[in-house]
Write a protein that binds this ligand. Structure first.
Ligand code: 4NP
Length: 160
């Protein structure tokens, strides 16, 4: 399964989700089954590392995302990934509005897809203080736990 996490800038929410998901998936020994990447609907930060506040927040929780680099969502993502998992409703509307005619990927809100509530969003922390980044961490951490638990269940079913 190929998952792409999408936010606006690809420097705060989606690289955090990418890093946390990848770490947990590797810890659960599911790395051979799941590919995770991230992108932004906007391209202003393309090529840049994550926001230093997000890098620091992730590091405080034991996740190293300093090596990630931002990129903008591209048309091929709609075929290369199974799911485009968006941080908030505006991201999801953008993703759906730009879908090329040959798109095969499905799209959803990340938190909703993780089973954490219909319409649940990860708010943009960019203009907020440290508490905004910690709130993003809490939501992403919960989503990653739920997603990896679900993947582990499915894998056990397949292996049984
Ligand atoms: P992200 O946060 O979408 O979680 O990466 C933002 C990063 C940059 C900007 C907005 C949101 N910006 O306007 O540059």
């Amino acid at each position: 399964m190929r998952l792409l996490v999408v936010c606006l800038g690809n420097i705060c929410r989606s690289p955090l989700a990418e890093g946390v998901l990848r770490q947990r998936i590797d810890q659960a020994r599911l790395g051979h089954r799941v590919v995770v990447d991230s992108a932004g609907t906007g391209g202003w930060h393309a090529g840049e590392p994550p926001d230093r506040r997000t890098i620091a927040n992730a590091a405080a929780h034991g996740v190293d995302i300093a090596g990630l680099r931002a990129r903008q969502l591209r048309a091929s993502d709609y075929r290369d990934f199974h799911w485009l998992l968006c941080a908030d409703r505006a991201n999801l509307d953008d993703v759906r509005g730009r879908a090329p005619g040959n798109a095969t990927a499905r799209s959803a809100l990340l938190l909703e897809w993780a089973g954490l509530g219909q319409g649940a969003e990860i708010p943009d922390p960019y203009t907020g203080g440290p508490e905004a980044f910690e709130h993003v961490w809490t939501l992403v951490d919960r989503a990653a736990r739920a997603i990896v638990a679900g993947l582990a269940d499915r894998t056990r079913t397949i292996d049984a």
